[in-house]
Design a protein around this ligand. Structure first.
Ligand code: ZN
Length: 248
């Protein structure tokens, strides 16, 4: 008989499989990212598929796969359910957090810390009324620390001096630079004065969330910086579809 696994999970994706089943992808506190088949979940009278919503946290009972790596979801119960009528921006940013976690490689023994960080972020983000993107950036700062690629703010990555605000970042490494160092590197991206101002409070941005007025261009530049930095550190090419919300 297949081994039973009981684990808390955040549902990442669900899609129909055959006439009456689902394939789900979830991020588990103990297993990390995994896929499972939910047989007959779309079949009346129960139609359990409608009770499974992306982003929610569930306790899953899985029947472990011995061969093809695909577990079978047998039972579930909701632990944390997020409202379905969240503001679009908050929703997009919560999706961006989930999307990012699903695209990075997480060391198996560190999965619980990443799970905890993501869940806290989702819970916090759902209640934010102003500048929800700042909470996303704060999440990224924590995430990068966990990944061992701390950005090192508020210090300049080249001269290591304390910066009032980063003037931009070095192309190639994504590392932030002060105004003195920016012209010294071969190729760099310069922040607009408005984006640099927001960057100056980034390490403590939670404290300023209600005082900041963040324009759309600054959001684009800072999102670009964060993704550029991550991709440079890991030689990846991650794009977050959820952040296309800001490209409209
Ligand atoms: Zn410098």
């Amino acid at each position: 008989m297949a081994e039973k696994i009981r684990t808390n999970c955040i549902l990442i994706r669900k899609q129909p499989y055959g006439e009456s089943s689902l394939v789900i992808q979830a991020f588990s506190e103990s297993l990390g990212m995994f896929s499972a088949i939910a047989k007959c979940f779309c079949r009346p009278p129960q139609n359990k598929a409608v009770l499974l919503n992306v982003m929610n946290e569930y306790e899953f009972i899985l029947s472990a796969s011995c061969s093809n790596g695909m577990h079978t979801l047998t039972e579930f119960s909701a632990i944390t359910e997020f409202p379905t009528d969240l503001p679009v921006e908050n929703w997009a940013l919560m999706q961006a957090g989930i999307e990012l976690i699903s695209k990075i490689l997480i060391p198996a023994h560190e999965t619980p810390q990443f799970y905890d960080l993501l869940l806290k972020y989702l819970k916090y983000q759902r209640g934010i009324e102003k500048n929800p993107v700042a909470i996303f950036w704060r999440f990224l700062l924590h995430l990068y620390k966990l990944l061992g690629i701390d950005i090192g703010l508020p210090n300049c990555s080249l001269c290591h001096g304390l910066m009032k605000q980063p003037a931009g970042f070095e192309t190639g490494t994504g590392r932030p630079l002060c105004a003195d160092c920016l012209p010294k590197v071969g190729s760099a991206f310069s922040f607009s004065p408005e984006a640099a101002e927001v960057m100056s409070v980034l390490p403590m941005i939670g404290n300023y969330i209600n005082d900041l007025e963040i324009d759309a261009e600054s959001i684009r530049q800072i999102n670009h910086f964060f993704l550029y930095y991550l991709n440079s550190q890991f030689h990846n090419n991650i794009d977050l579809k959820s952040l296309h919300y800001y490209k409209r």
